[in-house]
Design a protein around this ligand. Sequence first.
Ligand SMILES: CC(C)(COP(=O)(O)OP(=O)(O)OC[C@H]1O[C@@H](n2cnc3c(N)ncnc32)[C@H](O)[C@@H]1OP(=O)(O)O)[C@@H](O)C(=O)NCCC(=O)NCCS
Length: 328
Amino acid sequence: MDIVTVDGRDAATFERFFQLRDDVRRTEQEFPAGLGLEEAKVLFAGEHSDMRVDGIGLVDGDTWLGIAWLDWWLQENTHLVDVELAVAPQYRRQGVGSQLLEIVAERARQEGRRLLSGIALGDAETGESAGTAFAVAHGFVRKHVDLHQVIELPLPAEQLDKLEREVPGYQILQWREHMPEEWLEEFADALSAMTVDVPTGELQLEATQWTPERIREAEARRVKQGRTCHTTVAVAEDGRLAAYTQMGGAAGTPDRLYQWDTFVRPEHRGRKLGMAVKIPNLRSLQAELDQPAVLHTWNAPSNAPMIAVNEHLGFRPVAQRSNWEREL
Ligand SMILES: CC(C)(COP(=O)(O)OP(=O)(O)OC[C@H]1O[C@@H](n2cnc3c(N)ncnc32)[C@H](O)[C@@H]1OP(=O)(O)O)[C@@H](O)C(=O)NCCC(=O)NCCS
């Protein structure tokens, strides 16, 4: 058995690694979500100020048995490494996942990380799966759960018309890949506030400190990845950004779209600003669709208002996603 290190520079190795991960996602999920090949390649092969991404493959001759995908955070959360394991269905329950985990734990220790963190996808009702059983067997502790909801787009225009509400006192603005210069500072502040506010259970996570430079770096990365991003914001009378929402997808996986953040500043809550930014953003997103697509979103069950807004739009639950941690 060989251990192969994958960093994105050798295209053939990277594609083999990615293929296994993608095949496993497609068999585990009714509605597969996640990065396409080109998006992933940019993460693995590029230089980023906030993260390094690499992987490990367990290979027997020409056969890839399993992989580990590792996200090493470089600015915040330098105490942990995020790990995703995927083992080909025909090689499960033979210790492949355990062997990969051991290799990862050793590397993490060598790099001075003290925490392994990972996500397991599970059944919509029970939350359980092979991944959660594996995590329990290896001493991981479940620290947070998100409900995964989906909806098929495009939604009928009449449905959006019915849901659209103007909120007096707020101006709605939209932009695409590049944020207008005048909103950078304010948006960096709102993004940082969002990472503090979003429920993350008992996860040992540090909030992300967004800056204008970091926003521009993330935008450039998204463009390289072939991603699209639709942003709608609500601006209050004092000129401050009161709410925002972002949605998008990638050219390589046109059937997968994502509802990323929706955030309303605490002092502007209770005025239906969430819906006031979501509906115009959905219109912008689906105006460009040339085929039906699935819009994915994840929210903590404790974030009941957001889940209710989504249900109101027609989203339905398809899975639970749990976050696990293990001290090293
Ligand atoms: C989770 C996964 C990586 C496990 O890989 P694996 O090679 O089968 O794992 P191992 O053979 O090393 O299993 C180790 C132990 O985990 C537990 N386990 C693994 N799969 C299990 C299952 N389906 N049901 C119950 N327990 C299970 C068992 O305790 C097992 O020991 P045992 O076989 O001696 O009983 C694999 O099922 C997979 O790729 N699943 C889909 C992706 C995923 O969920 N990844 C994990 C999140 S990062």
